[in-house]
Design a protein around this ligand. Structure first.
Ligand SMILES: [Zn+2]
Ligand SMILES: [Zn+2]
Length: 155
């Protein structure tokens, strides 16, 4: 297996104007059922992946400001969500307190079989904020009230 430094995972917005890469292994990856993720993404839950500050970088050729807009979450202003100016899709969250970045599995690049590349590196290991779920998930992953191993385990 490749060493952590050699692993590069890439992704981007719907139209391809905004692109990023993340290097190495994530801090954590899970399906998040919190109400913030639900409302931001109009989805029951999302596959979110957290990275150390140095792991993330934008890779589109234009300067970031030309391609990206951002939004500070009103009641959590340290959460800075970047979105593509062209297609409007939010593609990354920067935590300006910790410097950590989040990206979302559905926007990672796929292989020729439409499977997400580096799946073993980025795959979810848990369900977070499961109490606010919109549906029950019958899989083998742990279900947690908050973050994995930092909250009550529900199943
Ligand atoms: Zn776009
Ligand atoms: Zn969430």
């Amino acid at each position: 297996m490749a060493s952590s430094e050699e692993i590069v995972t890439t992704g981007g917005c719907f139209c391809g104007a905004a692109r990023y890469q993340v290097k190495g292994r994530p801090v954590r990856a899970a399906y998040c059922h919190c109400t913030l993720c639900q409302r931001f993404n109009a989805a029951a839950f999302i596959h979110t992946i957290h990275w150390e500050p140095t792991a993330f970088s934008w890779t589109h050729s234009a300067t970031p400001e030309d391609v990206l807009d951002f939004y500070h979450v009103a009641h959590k202003p340290w959460k800075k969500r970047y979105r593509c100016k062209t297609c409007g899709v939010a593609i990354a969250n920067e935590n300006t307190k910790t410097g950590k970045w989040s990206v979302w599995g559905a926007q990672l690049d796929r292989d020729e079989h439409a499977r997400i590349r580096n799946w073993d590196v980025v795959k979810p290991t848990a369900h977070w904020f499961y109490e606010t779920r919109m549906l029950d998930v019958d899989d083998a992953l742990g279900k947690w009230a908050g973050y994995e191993n930092e909250s009550e385990r529900l199943g």
